[in-house]
Design a protein around this ligand. Structure first.
Ligand SMILES: Cc1cc2nc3c(=O)[nH]c(=O)nc-3n(C[C@H](O)[C@H](O)[C@H](O)COP(=O)(O)OP(=O)(O)OC[C@H]3O[C@@H](n4cnc5c(N)ncnc54)[C@H](O)[C@@H]3O)c2cc1C
Length: 234
């Protein structure tokens, strides 16, 4: 099916705006992956998001692909869908009835489906400022560079903000978000955390979500395990 009209929104300056405050950064929907990779957007995540950007496809895609386009497209394998859900980001939506805000995990409602009503657009993304002591790990399994992920794991531990979150992404559905990731570590947060990771708990959550194929289940658990190892939580 061909559209009757194609509107390029990337020339709207408000959609490229970047505003920083003490708690967060508001990044316009048309900011590109390369803008984040290159540091044209101030980094409030201790390098976490520039690293995610760098791992998206290859440079030509990153030059044109946008934060808002990636989230609105809602490909389950998209890096921003999983990573921004893990970091606790939210989207700012603008439409004829006004503005509203949703957590990323509530915005992405299905495979290529988001909670936009007719006439609404994603205006910006609010990314919380991580504290200096925050630990972040992200791991993407894909066959070769430039491909979308087969499995994604992400974990954030930011005690100063009382945030301990994890995400399993690229699940062929919405990302699985653990808003309290302690459930993956026997319910408590203690020294030696990577060793305490309960892979069985993650596997059971995946099975309950319908991922019963042993290989698929396993690579998603492995992606999360490697993200946890990268976060060096202990
Ligand atoms: C070869 C290739 C490899 C890729 N590899 C990866 C990868 O490894 N990881 C990854 O995460 N992504 C990957 N992508 C996706 C890419 O990074 C882009 O995010 C994606 O193609 C969306 O592009 P775009 O931002 O130009 O949005 P568009 O293609 O312009 O838009 C996508 C959809 O969202 C809608 N839309 C766009 N902006 C808004 C808005 N502000 N509000 C409401 N709706 C909006 C559009 O109408 C359209 O339906 C890849 C893409 C390609 C082509």
């Amino acid at each position: 099916m061909q559209p009757d009209v194609l509107v390029d929104i990337t020339g709207i300056p408000e959609l490229k705006r970047v505003e920083e405050n003490a708690d967060a950064i508001i990044v316009g929907a048309c900011v590109t992956h390369a803008d984040i990779e290159d540091g044209r957007v101030p980094d409030v995540t201790g390098g976490a998001l520039p690293d995610v950007a760098r791992g998206i496809a290859y440079r030509a895609v990153r030059n044109r692909g946008t934060l808002g386009g990636s989230l609105s497209h809602a490909d389950p394998s998209a890096d921003w869908v999983a990573s921004l859900a893990a970091i606790g980001a939210s989207v700012l939506i603008r439409g004829p009835a006004g503005s509203r805000s949703l957590a990323v995990e509530d915005f992405v409602t299905g495979v290529f489906e988001v909670a936009l009503d007719p006439g609404e657009i994603l205006e910006a993304v609010r990314i919380p400022r991580l504290s200096r002591s925050a630990r972040w790990g992200y791991y993407k399994i894909c066959r070769k560079t430039g491909e979308l992920a087969q499995a994604i794991g992400a974990v954030l531990h930011d005690p100063e903000r009382s945030a301990f979150r994890a995400v399993i992404g690229a699940t062929e559905s919405t990302p699985i978000v653990f808003s309290d990731a302690a459930s993956l570590f026997g319910g408590t947060l203690r020294a030696g955390l990577p060793a305490a990771f309960d892979a069985g708990a993650a596997a059971r959550v995946l099975s309950a979500a319908g991922m019963t194929d042993p290989y698929d289940n396993q690579i998603h658990v492995v992606a999360l395990k490697r993200a946890i190892d990268r976060a060096r939580l202990a």
